[in-house]
Ligand binder design. Structure first.
Ligand code: ATP
Ligand code: NI
Length: 354
């Protein structure tokens, strides 16, 4: 594999709060390859947004602080850059879009004016050239009558159209990496699908990498090349989208997938049990209090290291059942089939038998 565009190693981002230290991102590692879409998934509070915002240090300091790790982007460790260098990078080579496009748009100026500003901030072009480029971008993101709409104000666009405008602004400087944090969550399903389709098209056209943050596994199945599953600040599982969906290996990943309509036991809308406390997470595997497969080894010490699934270094899981000499069939019921002669394959039958 060629060198990834972005390589995050052992990232630690904390918040100093009145209730104590929140280890929002606690030793997270993953790569984003060139031209690849990597999805960061997990329930609310798992640290997805903080991970995305740590990359260009959008984290407010204080209370936030990047306490450790490396964020290597195109060969440079971003954690060593000063504020000026980061500003230069943000909105130029790395762009963000957020759930609420309102934040990206200033209500006081026309969208065209804002796009021209974004282009001129990073590129040495005339106003007329920037305008032409901006109209072209609005057109590319699917704004009808882009030339006429260019001089409209943000409030004159609907929610879905506003998100397209925000996307046009993000793409204005032809970024290498787009970090999209729940960009379609606030939109209705039809518009969601349009925007996601658009993202894929633009990705190919602009040859950029996308880090897409979402808790919607349906979206992940649609667009991801690779998946990083987070829980309580830790990576639980990481791998190619096909591997993770076909052979989900961490009990947490399996539980998440079981919540998808048409998969698993069906009916279940969310995982049982409570999310851990942000300031006082459990020892051992952070998921163990909600895990039906937890054993003593899961309850003490640190989060387990990541182990390859089926000897595949590209698909890894942080679960003691996968350590060398361990028995993953405890977690993945289907493994039991060849050994005991054709018992039912569902992962939860063992429990039902008891
Ligand atoms: N400014 C802050 N001060 C204190 N704690 C924070 C701050 N921002 C985030 N956190 C905490 O960091 C943890 C991770 O939050 P984060 O927003 O990254 O979760 P998320 O996975 O993006 O969730 P969601 O799906 O709800 O967006 C949470 O426990 C959250 O309360
Ligand atoms: Ni978030």
């Amino acid at each position: 594999m060629t060198e990834p565009l972005l390589s995050i190693r052992d990232l630690r981002t904390v918040f100093h709060t009145d209730e104590g230290l929140v280890r929002a991102v606690d030793g997270v590692s993953f790569d984003v390859g060139r031209g690849e879409t990597v999805c960061l998934v997990g329930e609310s509070g798992s640290g997805k947004t903080v991970t995305g915002e740590s990359i260009t240090r959008l984290i407010r300091t204080p209370p936030g602080e990047i306490a450790g790790g490396e964020i290597v982007f195109d060969g440079r460790d971003l954690t060593t850059l000063d504020e000026d260098e980061l500003r230069e990078l943000r909105g130029d080579r790395i762009a963000h879009v957020f759930q609420n496009p309102q934040g990206a748009l200033n209500p006081v100026y026309t969208v065209g004016w804002q796009i021209v500003e974004a282009i001129q901030l990073h590129q040495d072009v005339t106003r007329a050239e920037a305008r032409e480029r901006g109209i072209d971008l609005l057109d590319r993101v699917g704004i009808p009558e882009a030339t006429r709409r260019f001089d409209d104000y943000p409030h004159e666009f609907s929610g879905g159209m506003k998100q397209r405008v925000a996307l046009a602004m993000a793409l204005a400087t032809n970024p290498d990496l787009l970090i999209a944090d729940e960009p379609t969550t606030a939109l209705d399903v039809t518009i969601q699908n349009q925007i996601l389709g658009l993202l894929s098209e633009l990705q190919a056209e602009f040859d950029m990498s996308i880090l897409l943050i979402t808790h919607d596994l349906g979206v992940v199945a649609e667009v991801a090349d690779r998946v990083v599953v987070m829980y309580a600040g830790k990576v639980m599982e990481r791998g190619g989208v096909f591997d993770v969906f076909e052979r989900p290996s961490h009990p947490y990943t399996r539980a998440l997938l079981d919540c998808l309509p048409g998969r698993g036991t069906g009916g279940a809308r969310s995982i049982g049990g409570k999310l851990p406390s942000a300031t006082d997470p459990p020892d051992g595997c952070r998921f163990h209090p909600r895990c039906e497969h937890a054993v003593d080894a899961c309850r003490a010490g640190e989060q387990p290291p990541v182990y390859p699934v089926d000897g595949d270094d590209d698909h890894v899981v942080s679960c003691v059942h996968y350590e060398p000499g361990g028995d993953p069939s405890v977690v993945r019921g289907e493994e039991a089939v060849p050994t005991d002669g054709g018992r039912p394959v569902e992962g939860d039958t063992e429990e039902d038998d008891r």
